[in-house]
Design a protein around this ligand. Structure first.
Ligand SMILES: Cc1cc2nc3c(=O)[nH]c(=O)nc-3n(C[C@H](O)[C@H](O)[C@H](O)COP(=O)(O)O)c2cc1C
Length: 258
């Protein structure tokens, strides 16, 4: 496919054909991921490929029961990983650190860049993907199921396989609402204009799904902004997930910042 067609044709895919992805194609996708830029070329990430049905069933719970976890033939989990580097340092009589928050962030960025490279390679080959925020939100459960040692933390992950749906493309905020030239220009009332299409399309999407329409009416929600923070991403849930991530970073030896 043409590069631009791949990029601009992106849609998250949540339903998959019951069809295997060949090892040859998977290898091509992974090779593309590994070509991504990485901080200091340390490649401080690992990729866990999950195909095992029993393991996927367990991950389904950790991924908040999202059906794509069991329906897709493959799950890819991209982890910030300084375990490998630290072992190499140790074998070379070099100081062994990278056990702090900065190192986690470096690994998380490396992992995310590799993930998106893999995603584009997959989409270029006619496969579909859908990221799952549960990878980070429930990083402790997922880390345990994937047998991650200290200094390894799951950051982003997605389902991967042949699409069994053809969803409409989701809107994006207009470029002028996102890009700042030279310096950041803070927003004022024009935010309403920037979000206009989002407000209309997002609201319509909720109203078209009877279960979500009923919930929206029951809670008396009046707009998409309210849907976002009263039902989808509540203060309480984000506090809880923040605590999970911070605790797990400590357990995984990434919080030695003194
Ligand atoms: C980090 C991240 C986490 C996401 N988590 C989920 C998720 O848990 N479940 C889901 O169905 N989609 C998830 N998505 C997909 C987004 O909902 C999707 O990308 C967005 O609505 C735009 O739609 P599009 O990808 O089809 O353009 C996630 C995307 C990202 C980048």
């Amino acid at each position: 496919m043409e590069f631009n067609d791949v990029i601009h044709g992106h849609r998250s895919i949540r339903e998959y054909e019951d069809r295997e992805v060949s090892q040859e194609l998977l290898d091509q996708i992974l090779d593309t991921g590994i070509r991504a830029s990485s901080s200091g070329n340390m490649q401080s990430y690992s990729i866990v490929v999950t195909k095992d049905e029993e393991l996927k069933k367990k991950l389904y719970t950790a991924h908040m029961e999202q059906s794509m976890v069991v329906d897709a033939p493959i799950l890819l989990t991209f982890c910030a990983d300084f375990n490998r580097m630290r072992k190499w340092l140790s074998l070379n009589d070099a100081p062994v650190h990278f056990d702090n928050f900065m190192s986690f962030m470096i690994g998380a960025i490396d992992a995310t860049l590799a993930a998106q490279n893999c995603a584009l390679a997959a989409e270029n080959a006619g496969l579909g993907i859908c990221y799952m925020g549960s990878t980070l939100a429930n990083c402790d459960q997922i880390g345990k199921l994937l047998n991650l040692p200290p200094n390894v933390v799951p950051v982003v992950g997605y389902s991967l396989g042949y699409p069994a749906e053809n969803p409409a493309q989701r809107d994006r905020l207009p470029k002028h609402g996102i890009v700042h030239y030279d310096q950041y220009r803070d927003y004022s009332e024009e935010i309403l204009e920037i979000y206009k299409e989002r407000d209309e399309k997002g609201w319509k999407r909720y109203m078209d799904i009877p279960k979500l329409k009923e919930m929206t009416e029951r809670l008396g929600l009046k707009n998409l902004a309210q849907i976002y923070t009263i039902t989808k991403y509540t203060k309480e849930s984000h506090h809880e997930f923040s605590q999970t991530v911070l605790n797990y970073l400590k357990i995984q030896n990434f919080m030695n910042n003194e």
